[in-house]
Design a protein around this ligand. Sequence first.
Ligand SMILES: [Zn+2]
Length: 99
Amino acid sequence: MPLYDYKCHHCDNQFEARHGFNDDAPPCPRCDSTDVQRLILSAPTVAGGMLTHPGDGQNASKEQLQDKWSEETPKLRKKLVDKLGEDTVRKYAPTLGSE
Ligand SMILES: [Zn+2]
C-alpha cells in the first residue's frame, strides 16, 4: 500500500499514513481530527512533458526542408494523379505544379 503524507488543519501536525488509494483519509494521530489534507510531496514533476532532441527536425535548415519538399512533391503529385486523374489534381491542387 502506498504511503501518504498528511497535514492536520486542526493542530498543524504532519504525519504519514499507509492505506489504500481509495480509502478515506485517516484521522490525525495527535488530535484525532479528520480535518486533514493529503500532501503531494514526492510526486514527480512533469517538466513540460516534452523533451526536445537536438537534431530531430528542430534544427533542420530551410534548405534541407526545401530539398525534402521538392523531393516529396512530385511523388505526392504522382500518387494523386494515379488516384484522381490529371485533371482533378490540376484543378484542386494547382500548387503541386506539373512536371
Ligand atoms: Zn491534528
